[in-house]
Design a protein around this ligand. Structure first.
Ligand code: AP5
Length: 209
């Protein structure tokens, strides 16, 4: 299965991608996570990407395409993958066409104000990248990762003013991709409101059709 998860910031792509990757036994490839790892390691890519990420705008296409192309060539991605956060522009979608065939595109959609609530309440583990929400998906012990015991943090780009810029960026730059994949008969729209498990079942159902 070569699957793209499309959807605005906070729609739940990462949360669902983890579950789908386990079920389908394919790697979860999140360009946001790959970029954040580069920022932490202070690589050249990380330094180039950081200012765009904290501002809520997109990292330039050439950098992201090169990074993703490299990741897709790794051995584990030969059996399939779940792409989370890529492509985000028409140029990225066209580059992906040259890299791989895509089987399905799931588009998670949600009311913008719900997106803001989800992102501003998110807590992440800087060590194992697990994702929580302080109200709707809290860890067992407040502020501590269930999986590895590290202290949870808030992402720098989850401040409300940056979240709103990210949503606007999505509407302008990424929303057009919905039509791109619809025209190819690959698009499955899934409403992303409700419990995590409920949405997971909706995605599985959409993939069966
Ligand atoms: P990235 O990390 O990809 O961020 P994003 O697309 O904005 O998506 P998020 O991670 O914010 O949200 P999500 O949909 O994964 O939701 P999640 O599951 O965490 O990108 C960050 C930045 O990197 C970009 O702004 C850009 O600068 C750069 N970048 C990345 N890729 C790029 C590209 N291809 N090109 C250019 N630049 C790129 O859930 C959100 C919260 O809600 C969590 O707290 C979760 O616990 C909670 N939640 C999830 N589901 C539910 C539910 N059903 N009910 C209640 N709460 C829920």
């Amino acid at each position: 299965m070569r699957l793209i998860l499309l959807g605005p910031p906070g729609a739940g792509k990462g949360t669902q991608a983890v579950k789908l990757a386990e079920k389908l036994n394919v790697p979860h490839i999140s360009t946001g996570d790959l970029l954040r790892r580069n920022v932490v390691k202070k690589t050249k890519l990380g330094q180039q990407a950081q200012r765009h990420m904290v501002a809520g705008t997109l990292v330039p296409d050439d950098l992201v395409i090169e990074m993703t192309a490299k990741r897709l060539k790794e051995k584990d991605a030969r059996k399939g993958f779940i792409l989370d956060g890529f492509p985000r522009t028409l140029a990225q979608a066209k580059a992906l066409d040259d890299l791989s065939d895509i089987d399905e595109v799931v588009n998670l959609f949600l009311d913008p104000e719900d997106l803001v609530k989800r992102s501003t309440g998110r807590a992440v583990c800087p060590n194992c990248e697990a994702v929580y929400h302080v109200l709707t998906n809290p860890p067992k012990k407040k502020g501590v990762c269930d999986k590895c015991g590290s202290a949870l943090i808030q992402r720098e780009d989850d401040k409300e003013e940056v979240v709103r810029i990210r949503i606007k960026t999505y509407e302008e730059r990424t929303e057009p991709l919905r039509m791109y994949y619809k025209e190819r008969g690959l698009l499955r729209d899934v409403y992303a409101s409700g419990h995590i498990e409920e949405i997971y079942q909706r995605i599985l159902e959409a993939l069966r059709h």
